[in-house]
Design a protein around this ligand. Structure first.
Ligand code: ADP
Ligand code: MG
Length: 246
């Protein structure tokens, strides 16, 4: 698969691209995340694993600003995301974060092209320009020839690639994927994982939630959750050089 070169906005290396500070999340009396502190730096490729119900999806939704934490703070690009106005928070989410949901979440009545163009239209980009960029992004995930197909006319692997194209069309620095191989036959995992490796290589910081060790093995840093707590955090991180030592 050939990928076109893209420039991805990179946060300054000394400020974490995303950080959780003592984040907790409760649903009623149920404590789903407890006191999670985590720094993610630009250039990382991180896997998040843990048993079912350990809080993986909740952790990802905290990083993606999909839900407000019950306690603690979420920093994106150095900004305390829940202290921002709604408008500033939406802008930050749209410009910095790309989310790949478990189960694709494509709109069935729209073509692949229009699904991918939607985030651009929300950002105020003209229809013509949005469709041009969406076409380019679909081509970059190997789906240039499928742009006019609706999700129902595409295979599971193709739908996942459309979902990935939609997540990257605004070139977000941080790409968050929840079980991206979970709904696909194992024969297709390789091509989706290669795609994530390519996205990482072209500058996206990537966080992949998975319950599969083979998927996790593609990442360089491995975060493990157990009962809503950070149970381990291992692997390589980019070397950070900063005169202030931060
Ligand atoms: P994982 O992705 O690791 O399987 P989740 O983060 O989805 O775990 O969920 C962790 C726990 O939180 C589970 O027990 C789940 O049932 C519960 N949970 C998740 N979302 C909600 C919700 N909206 N309301 C109530 N409980 C929830
Ligand atoms: Mg989950």
């Amino acid at each position: 698969m050939t990928l076109m070169t893209m420039t991805v906005k990179q946060a300054h290396l000394t400020v974490p691209l995303a950080a959780l500070r003592s984040v907790s999340r409760q649903y009623g009396a149920l404590s789903v995340l407890q006191d999670v502190t985590l720094d993610l730096h630009a250039g990382e490729f991180v896997s998040v694993t843990g048993p079912s119900g350990s809080g993986k999806s909740t952790l990802l939704s905290m990083l993606g600003l999909l839900e407000r934490p019950s306690g603690g703070q979420v920093f994106i690009d150095g900004q305390d995301a829940w202290a921002l106005s709604d408008r500033a928070q939406s802008r930050l989410r749209g410009e910095t974060l790309g989310f790949i949901f478990q189960g694709f979440h494509l709109l069935p009545e729209l073509s692949a092209l229009d699904n991918v163009a939607r985030p651009l239209r929300w950002a105020g980009i003209s229809r013509t320009q949005a469709r041009e960029r969406a076409q380019h992004t679909l081509a970059s995930v190997g789906l240039g020839a499928r742009a006019d197909h609706r999700p129902g006319q595409l295979s599971g692997g193709e739908q996942q690639r459309v979902a990935i194209a939609r997540a990257i069309v605004r070139e977000p620095a941080l790409l968050l994927a929840d079980e991206p191989t979970g709904n696909l036959p194992q024969a297709l995992w390789g091509e989706i994982l290669d795609l994530f490796a390519d996205l990482h290589a072209r500058g996206h910081t990537v966080v992949v939630v998975t319950h599969d060790p083979l998927v996790a093995a593609r990442a360089q840093r491995h975060v493990m959750l157990q009962d809503g707590r950070l149970a381990s955090d291992q692997g390589t991180r980019p070397v950070l050089t900063s005169p202030t030592g931060r």
